[in-house]
Design a binder for this molecule. Sequence first.
Ligand SMILES: [Zn+2]
Length: 300
Amino acid sequence: MADQKAALEPWQWPDEQWRTLVNRVRAGRTLRPERWRDDARCAVALSFDSDHETNELRDGGTSIGRLCWGQYGNRVGVPRILKVLERYDVRASFYVPAVTALLHPDEQRRVAAAGHEIGIHGWIHELNSALPYEVERDLLMRSADALERIAGVRPVGLRTPSWDFSPHTLRIEKEMGLLYDSSLMADEDCYELLLDGEPTGVIELPVEWVRDDAVYFMMHRFQSLRPYTPPADVLDIFRRELDAAYEEGGLFQLTMHPHVIGYRSRIWILEEIIRYARSRPGVWFGTHAEVVDWAKRQTA
Ligand SMILES: [Zn+2]
C-alpha cells in the first residue's frame, strides 16, 4: 500500500482506486421511523465515554498526574452523571474500554444496575487503524467478553476509541453479530452500513464532533493555544442541534465524557439539556441500543 502511494500521487490514481477506497464503508438506507417509541416525534440518545485512565495509557503514557485525572472520571464524573440521569429518569449509554472496566468493575455494575447500556470502547482505547485485522479482532472480542463478565450483559454496540475506524472494523462487527456501531458520521439519522457496497445488517447510530463535549473543553498543558468554549455556548450549540432534530422528527445524539462534563461548572449542561428536552412534548429518551432497535424494526 505504501509503495503504491509512493508510486502515484492521489491526482494520478486510476478511478478504480479512489472509488474502491470511498466505497469500502458507506451509508446505506436511512432508518428514520415515522414515530419514535411512545409515539414520540423526536428521540434523544445520550452517551458517555468512560475513558478514565486509558486516556493516558493508550499512548503508552505513564504520567501520574494524567492517571489521576482519569480517576476523577471514576470518583466524581460518573457518580455525578448517574445522579442527574436518575433525577430525570433518563437511561443512557456508557462506552467503556475493557481496561477501564477491569480497573473499575463496581462502576460498571452500578451503571448497569441503574438500567443504562454498556457498550464496547476498545481494550485500552487503542487506535484500530494502527492494528492488523487479527489483533483488532482479538481485542474487540476480548473487550466484549470482559464487559459481559463484569457487567453481566453482553454488549450489542461498539463505539471505536477516538472514532477511529479501520478498513476491517465493520467486518469484525459483523462477525461479532453486533447490532450497531456508533463511531461514524455520514448522517444524523441511523443508517445501515454497507461494506464494499453490500448491506451488512449493522446499523450506524451516527456521532459528530459538534455534539461532543471534549471538542469544546479540552486543552493541552504545553500548547499556548487553548481553545475553550464557555459552557453556556456549548449548551447553546447542543440545544440548537436538539431543536432541529425535534423539528425534523429525527434523532438527537450526544457524546460526553465523565472527566470532561463531570465538573461543577459543566454538569449543569447535561441537566439543562435533559430539562429542555423534557419540556417539549413528544421526546423519547432511549439508550443507543434501544434507539437502533426501534429504528430498525420500524423501517424494516
Ligand atoms: Zn473514548
